[in-house]
Ligand binder design. Structure first.
Ligand SMILES: Nc1nc2c(ncn2[C@@H]2O[C@H](COP(=O)(O)OP(=O)(O)OP(=O)(O)O)[C@@H](O)[C@H]2O)c(=O)[nH]1
Ligand SMILES: [Mg+2]
Length: 249
């Protein structure tokens, strides 16, 4: 439900379910669990199957308690803290995600560096936001299905980020989707928001499954939009170079 399919899909959807993806996904999974990658670690492929790795910085935005730290842990396949401990500074988590391009069958590793900063720390220390914003490729805008105000605040947040840069992937994630008994945000409102802003809206919540089913929609959506952004950027540079070399009027 809800995820908007981009008009042109660059990557093979649900590739983690295909047989030919196994040798790549095996590099990020160990005995049914996700492998943890430190800052300097990376999955190693045999030479005949060497793949390029693309690096991205992703900022996770949303009010305190919305579930930023929980989502970062979920995407990395780590344990999710069951109680809320305010994040006191910036915490980064590395997630590797293999992707296959539809056009030429090329496989790439997306290396997503997730930046999670406690909302109260962000307010308290002025120097945190600029370093979070520096060279950021995408922002995950979080709201909680159990907190209507977090949903209402989305447009504010998105506008703020759009002011500083227009070259930014924006994906919205509704957390605590499993707590439907306490749901405070109607699906109708989410659909309306999606139509107005034309942004992908995904959801997360519940027990972490041992498969990749709960994280694949979010990671594929990020990869798809990041790749699209790269293509747009490359197109712009290409045109720029043509201008400079005089091959374009
Ligand atoms: N049931 C359920 N609980 C969740 C979910 N996401 C987060 N939580 C819980 O919500 C609480 C707050 O989550 P955090 O991830 O710590 O919140 P945060 O956005 O990092 O908060 P700050 O660090 O203060 O900015 C924790 O107790 C989590 O276990 C979810 O999808 N479902
Ligand atoms: Mg946190």
């Amino acid at each position: 439900m809800m995820a908007r399919v981009p008009p042109r899909a660059y990557i093979v959807p649900d590739w983690h379910r295909c047989k030919d993806s196994k040798e790549y996904f095996n590099k990020i999974i160990h005995k049914k669990n996700r492998k943890n990658f430190g800052l300097l670690e990376s999955p190693v492929m045999p030479p005949y199957a060497a793949v390029d790795t693309l690096d991205y910085k992703i900022f996770i935005s949303g009010k305190s308690g919305v579930g930023k730290t929980a989502l970062a842990a979920r995407l990395a396949g780590l344990n999710i803290p069951s109680v809320h401990h305010e994040t006191t500074g910036i915490q980064t988590t590395v997630v590797y995600w293999p992707v296959k391009l539809r056009e030429n069958g090329r496989v790439l590793f997306f290396r997503l560096q997730l930046w999670d900063c406690g909302e109260n720390a962000l307010r308290r220390f002025d120097h945190l936001l600029p370093s979070c914003k520096e060279q950021v490729d995408a922002v995950l805008f979080l709201f909680s299905f159990t907190d209507r105000t977090s949903f209402q605040d989305l447009s504010n947040q998105i506008t703020k980020w759009t002011e500083s840069t227009d070259c930014l992937v924006k994906v919205v994630v509704g957390t605590k989707f499993d707590l439907f008994m306490h749901c405070d945000v109607a699906e109708r409102d989410v659909r309306k928001f999606q139509e107005t802003w034309r942004l992908p809206v995904l959801h997360s919540g519940g027990e972490v499954s041992d498969g990749l089913g709960d994280v694949a929609p979010i990671l594929n959506c990020l990869a798809e939009n990041l790749w699209h952004q790269d293509c747009v950027r490359a197109g712009a540079t290409g045109r720029q170079q043509q201008h400079e070399t005089g091959t374009l009027p």
